[in-house]
Design a protein. Structure first.
Length: 270
């Protein structure tokens, strides 16, 4: 603590690690984990974030071993926040681990909140295949806790992700499967999604842009709102047109053309 107050972070980190080892030797796992976590926070002050996260992960494993999963989950979430801007891939992994810990403890609301953070980071990194799976997991939990309006929002997020994957079939399937969620059919979310899919299928960029610019889409989480605004239909937004039936030529139209052609040269080239 004295080293920390004097901003001698290197010495503070070393002291915390010695403390952690001493607690481990005394089989005091909780206190050892606390000391490892403190050592991690000293590394954070030194801007050594990957090393800091490594120690906090170690601490979280000890918390789990000690039978204090809540503290383990909080440590993992803290590590995720530290590394999010430096290594988003690692942050996703940490948030998913935290969600698993909460899920095992049947604390589904906390679990789904962490899955949401992971989903948004995956979308930000344009890792759409993984994002689609992550959002589906969120949706399943929201359905389990009977938070149906949020399920509708997750369906919108799913559809946008699938369309960015150029997978219209998967997007359509998401909407179709959501009809089983109470209240979805007849909601404004459902109507907007049907309009969006119709516009996308018909290659009508104007219709797609209109839906994606509606308040329903614009006021979603920023990462999903951006997906909507950047959605481009295949084929450059040229509407599919019904093929015009071949028009029957009036009788006798071909003959005069032939006559004109002969007449043109009737008086010779001059």
């Amino acid at each position: 603590v004295a080293f920390k107050n004097a901003k001698q972070f290197e010495q503070a980190k070393d002291a915390c690690l010695k403390e952690a080892v001493a607690h481990e030797n005394n089989r005091a796992l909780f206190h050892a984990a606390k000391a490892y976590e403190q050592a991690g926070m000293m590394l954070k002050e030194m801007q050594k974030l990957p090393e800091a996260v490594q120690l906090i992960e170690k601490a979280s494993m000890m918390y789990l071993e000690n039978g204090t999963p809540d503290t383990a989950a909080m440590a993992l979430e803290r590590a995720g926040k530290l590394i999010e801007n430096v290594d988003p891939e690692k942050a996703v992994q940490l948030y998913q681990q935290t969600a698993n810990v909460f899920e095992n403890e049947e604390r589904l609301r906390q679990a789904v909140e962490l899955l949401g953070k992971a989903s948004r980071l995956l979308v930000r990194g344009r890792r759409f295949d993984e994002a689609a799976l992550s959002i589906q997991k969120e949706k399943n939990i929201y359905k389990e806790i009977e938070n149906y309006p949020t399920c509708y929002k997750k369906t919108i997020a799913q559809v946008l992700v699938h369309l960015h994957r150029n997978d219209y079939v998967a997007a359509e399937r998401c909407v179709r499967e959501s009809y089983s969620i109470p209240g979805f059919n007849g909601s404004e979310d459902c109507a907007a999604l049907e309009q969006l899919l119709e516009g996308y299928d018909q290659q009508d960029q104007d219709q797609v842009a209109e839906v994606c610019n509606s308040p329903l889409f614009k006021y979603m989480d920023n990462d999903y709102a951006k997906l909507g605004l950047s959605l481009v239909v295949p084929g450059g937004g040229v509407k599919k047109k019904a093929a015009a039936p071949p028009q029957a030529k009036p009788e006798g139209t071909a003959a005069p053309a032939a006559e004109d052609e002969e007449d043109e040269y009737a008086g010779g080239l001059c």
